[in-house]
Ligand binder design. Structure first.
Ligand SMILES: C[S@@+](CC[C@H](N)C(=O)[O-])C[C@H]1O[C@@H](n2cnc3c(N)ncnc32)[C@H](O)[C@@H]1O
Length: 280
């Protein structure tokens, strides 16, 4: 079989299994098997595949047919300007979370020497991107999952900044630390009803990355209470929220001594990131 025939087989199987991005995914999987870029694949469609490569491709198509995310199949995901190793112990970094990094960069400059705390670090994508961009700053990253912390440590090693970030395996409510200039977080914020509806799409990712009690606010409440203690006066708390949580979260922040600086929308115009300042 040549690449064109192989791709049309992949497209057919993925389409039959209701994978919306079937065409792109087949191309990515075949390019991976051929060890070339997707662009190179598309200009060499007549190239023949040997049996070994074909079998490898069929196996990858089977995994994708069962909804396994491409990022887990490839064991990596791009976030901000960098690549991160991912596995099924961590959330796959999402593009909307890059807003947090973007806002931190607007509030600091290359020479800033600040202390950052990342709560629920997962793969480490937020804190590692920030410290790469602000190399005179240092960070601490927490996660309740030991396996997530281990992966975040290997990502920090891969990016040569393990000496600048302290990783701690602990629940946010138990953490006692120093004072920070910035606290950043993409906390779990999905309520139980919404989680059951989403489950098909996110079932490969760890529950602990999504689930936040009956109202979806349990982890955001912990985050705000802890930030109230750990932020310096005028320190910034910047975090991601769920699609219908803006009003409730603003109230919680105000009650706890925070001023709301800005709400950033994601590309679907959904309020997604809140920037607030601890004023008392
Ligand atoms: C939505 S994921 C975010 C991961 C990563 N920061 C990102 O944006 O891709 C939330 C993370 O919070 C962690 N987590 C959940 N509850 C926690 C808690 N009580 N204390 C600390 N971390 C927690 C989960 O293990 C998960 O890694």
């Amino acid at each position: 079989m040549n690449c064109l025939e192989t791709l049309s087989y992949g497209n057919r199987i993925l389409k039959l299994n209701n994978i919306d991005s079937y065409k792109l995914d087949s191309e990515l999987l075949l390019a991976n098997v051929m060890k070339i870029s997707r662009e190179e694949l598309l200009i060499n469609l007549q190239e023949k595949l040997d049996r070994i490569k074909l079998n490898k491709f069929i196996k990858l198509i089977e995994r994708r047919s069962k909804n396994e995310p491409i990022a887990y199949i490839f064991k990596k995901k791009e976030f901000w300007k960098f690549n991160f190793a991912v596995d099924n112990n961590v959330l796959i970094p999402r593009p909307e979370t890059e807003i947090i990094v973007e806002e931190v960069l607007k509030l600091t400059n290359f020479k800033s020497s600040k202390q950052f705390l990342d709560i629920g670090t997962g793969s480490g994508c937020i804190i590692i991107s920030i410290i790469k961009e602000r190399p005179f700053s240092i960070g601490t990253a927490l996660d309740i999952s030991k396996k997530a912390i281990n992966l975040a440590i290997s990502n920090a090693k891969m990016h040569h900044i393990l000496n600048k970030i302290k990783f701690v395996n602990i629940s946010v409510d138990k953490y006692l630390g120093n004072k920070y200039d910035f606290i950043v977080s993409n906390p779990p914020y999905i309520n139980s009803v919404e989680y059951n509806r989403l489950e098909k799409n996110v079932r490969f990712e760890p529950h602990v990355a999504f689930k936040a009690g009956a109202d979806g606010l349990s982890e955001i409440k912990k985050l705000i209470l802890k930030s109230k203690n750990l932020l310096r006066i005028n320190g910034k708390l910047i975090f991601e929220i769920g699609s219908k949580q803006m009003k409730q979260v603003i109230n919680l922040l105000k009650k706890n001594g925070f001023y709301i600086n800005k709400i950033c929308n994601d590309i679907q115009s959904i309020p997604r990131v809140i920037i607030s300042t601890k004023i008392f």
